[in-house]
Design a protein around this ligand. Structure first.
Ligand SMILES: [Zn+2]
Length: 92
């Protein structure tokens, strides 16, 4: 009886309470999606800024970075949609 057992409740259990608007897992997924979208936006900006000065190799590298960021952003979006579909929390 140390009183700290609440910290051992998995996120998903907290998530399944009837107050669906306070889904911690969804908040985390939304944050992850925003981060990934920001990273993609930065990569595209970088690519656009460097395109006139970069060598072909540098350009290809930047292009790869942007492409990876785009995929990560799409994956984050899919993860969020899957969570909402499975868990049934509000899609906001
Ligand atoms: Zn949820």
């Amino acid at each position: 009886m140390t009183g700290n057992s609440i910290e051992q409740i998995p996120v998903h259990d907290l998530c399944s309470n009837p107050m669906k608007q306070s889904c911690q897992m969804k908040s985390d997924l939304v944050a992850a999606q925003q981060q990934a979208a920001d990273a993609y936006a930065r990569a595209v900006t970088d690519l656009a800024r460097q395109i006139s000065v970069a060598s072909r190799r540098e350009y290809e590298l930047l292009n790869q970075v942007a492409e990876m960021a785009r995929k990560r952003s799409e994956q984050a979006h899919t993860d969020l949609e899957n969570h909402i579909a499975i868990h049934g929390c509000d899609p906001v």
